[in-house]
Design a protein around this ligand. Structure first.
Ligand code: SF4
Length: 260
């Protein structure tokens, strides 16, 4: 599909999705011609989506990026969620060659030392596995919400991802955190116990801290970086083309175009 046709398709889908509830949105996506993949981080909003896919039997593939640096609580929640909803959550792991090359160049925890080193780690542990998770997909479902950060305030329901040649669908774009929490309580959806310990947004263990009262939801992610727009690159349009290879990690600086 060309970029223009992707844009047109996304615009039309955006209008359709806006009028539907979560179940209706997922049913619409499942009815589309093309493979749909939901990538979950096991965060509270992603648990809402996984529960809806599982109970609605929508037949949408559910995948997660098992970076090797997740909290134990997050890893345990993958198993618990599979058991609760009788679904398979496909795990995508980083390649050992990339991990070894990263450690040789930056050190195992080199991501604290520079933005470049952090992008390289996210590239090896998240972006490359994500590319495998989305192979053959026409639609990528995410749990992005407008209320998560200022950087996500304009999140649409559907948007063209020309780099990856697919349409990204943010089925909870208009849900606020209070609605999410109420839904989780009403439906008894299993969530990460870290949420009640000050972690509204949970990523890899070494890169996530609890937030203080009044801080934005994502303030605990890569907290040592002084940039309000920091992201891991998963949801940045030009990130897919900047995925570093094991050889480039060990031999040259990682492209600074992986925006955060
Ligand atoms: S969040 Fe941290 S540990 Fe996880 S992939 Fe990114 S830099 Fe590496």
């Amino acid at each position: 599909m060309t970029s223009a046709s992707l844009e047109n398709r996304a615009t039309a889908l955006n209008s359709q999705l806006e009028k539907l509830d979560l179940s209706g949105r997922l049913a619409l996506i499942a009815s589309l011609d093309g493979k749909s993949v939901f990538t979950t981080s096991l965060g509270i909003e992603d648990q809402v989506i996984t529960a809806a896919i599982g109970t609605g039997k929508h037949g949408i593939e559910v995948s997660t990026l098992e970076t090797g640096r997740l909290f134990n609580e997050t890893v345990a929640l993958i198993d618990k969620t599979e058991e609760t909803y009788g679904i398979l959550i496909r795990r995508f792991y980083p390649e050992q060659d990339d991990i070894d090359a990263y450690a040789a160049k930056y050190g195992a925890n080199g991501f604290y030392d520079s933005v470049e080193a952090r992008h390289a780690c996210c590239g090896a542990r998240k972006l490359k596995p994500l590319a495998r998770a989305l192979e053959g997909a026409s639609f990528w479902i995410t749990g992005l919400r407008r209320g998560q950060s200022g950087n996500r305030a304009e999140t649409p329901f559907a948007e063209a991802d020309s780099e990856r040649g697919l349409i990204k669908i943010n089925v909870l774009a208009d849900w606020d955190i209070e609605t999410i929490r109420a839904h989780v309580a009403a439906e008894a959806i299993p969530v990460n116990p870290l949420h009640t310990r000050g972690y509204p947004s949970i990523g890899c263990e070494p890169c996530t801290r609890a937030i203080k009262p009044g801080e934005p939801e994502r303030a605990g992610r890569w907290w040592w970086e002084n940039d309000e727009k920091r992201e891991c690159g998963l949801h940045v349009a030009d990130a897919a083309s900047a995925i570093p290879q094991a050889s480039s990690i060990s031999n040259s600086p990682v492209s600074s175009s992986i925006a955060r």
